[in-house]
Design a protein around this ligand. Structure first.
Ligand code: 13P
Length: 340
């Protein structure tokens, strides 16, 4: 347990957060399609090497979430990715869920799969160097959804996953993501996220998960992306903090937000506004995929001659999110040249 707690605390160290680079084959194909690059195994490897070998990002990145394929890949010089990360003091992690699948007897909701043989897979991933894991459940907001059925089945699965992780000596990142697609108000986002978190912490407690050795990876409380009158940065910070103060026990070392389709600048500004309102019972950090990678992906465009420019773009985003960890980010910094 001491080791689980230490790892969880190290992942939310001051000024640092997590890079989510665990896109499944389908998701990375979508990202590559956006820059007209073919999603071959070697292109995926080259892109991940670009991120993992970027100089100096370890000042702002505490851990990286890998995908099943990626944790088995190596840099061009033959160093396996988990060892490359460890050599820079970055903790390797692994996505272990197997995706959100249609939930039986439900209309349009999902249940995240991956519990079968999870004990053996965790043992294997731990042997490959993973010290933390991730499991994502998703919930859609409509007038009637999410249902209590989807909320409780996903919470049950998240807790089963978390308990198995701790048994294997791996820190579980518990990720219930309420999707922000739709035209719902920020109040509705608050109510749904509150119900989801209530169920998740009930199941974690019932299944004896030791919260000191976990991290939470949630959505922020936002207005739906298609809502008419979207909440401001300050409102997002206030609603999100209100929700988490009510539902996340202080024993949890950190909350590492996902970016969930926000622009990279919005994701940084929201995290910053929350940290400006601290101190809080938990560290408030990031575990961003798109909001850390979008500018790097664009700068790269699949061309070896652009690797350095892409690494600088990633470094810049990591540094700005590092500043948001202590409320020291300002939008003007987006226009400043940040020396890599
Ligand atoms: P985004 O920050 O792009 O939402 O990705 C984070 C993640 O890991 C989603 O599961």
């Amino acid at each position: 347990m001491d080791e689980l707690h230490e790892t969880a605390v190290a992942l939310v160290a001051e000024g640092k957060g997590i890079l989510a680079a665990d896109e499944s084959d389908g998701t990375i194909k979508k990202r590559f399609d956006s820059i007209s690059v073919e999603s071959t195994e070697d292109n995926r490897r080259a892109y991940r090497e670009l991120l993992f070998s970027a100089d100096g990002v370890e000042d702002f990145i505490s851990g990286v979430i890998l995908y099943d394929e990626t944790i088995r890949q190596s840099a061009a010089d033959g160093t396996p990715f988990p060892q490359l990360l460890e050599s820079k003091g970055v903790i390797p992690g692994i996505k272990v869920d197997q995706g959100a699948k249609p939930l039986a007897n439900s209309d349009g909701e999902t249940i995240t799969e991956g519990l079968d043989a999870l004990r053996a897979r965790l043992e294997e991933f731990r042997g490959l160097g993973a010290r933390f894991a991730k499991w994502r459940a998703t919930y859609t907001i409509t007038h009637d959804l999410p249902s209590e059925y989807a909320i409780w089945t996903n919470a049950h699965a998240l807790a089963r996953y978390a308990a198995l992780c701790q048994e294997a000596g791996v820190v579980p990142i518990v990720e219930p993501e309420v999707l922000m697609d739709g035209s719902h108000s920020i109040e509705r986002s608050f109510i749904v996220t509150s119900r989801v978190l209530g169920a998740v912490y009930t199941e974690l407690f019932d299944q004896k998960v030791r919260l000191e050795g976990t991290l939470l990876k949630p959505n922020m409380i936002l207005s739906g992306y298609d809502a008419d009158d979207r909440a401001s940065v300050g409102e997002v910070a206030e609603w999100t903090l209100k929700c988490f103060r009510r539902h996340v026990p202080a024993a949890v070392p950190g909350i590492v937000f996902l970016s969930g389709g926000q622009t990279d600048e919005d994701a940084t500004a929201h995290l910053n506004a929350m940290n400006q309102r601290g101190p809080h019972p938990w560290q408030l950090s990031f575990s961003y995929g798109r909001a850390l990678q979008a500018p790097a992906l664009k700068a790269w465009g699949g061309k070896p001659e652009n690797v350095e420019a892409a690494q600088q773009a990633y470094h810049r985003r990591a540094k700005l999110n590092g500043a948001a960890r202590s409320g020291k980010y300002a939008p003007e910094m987006e226009r400043e040249a940040v020396p890599a």
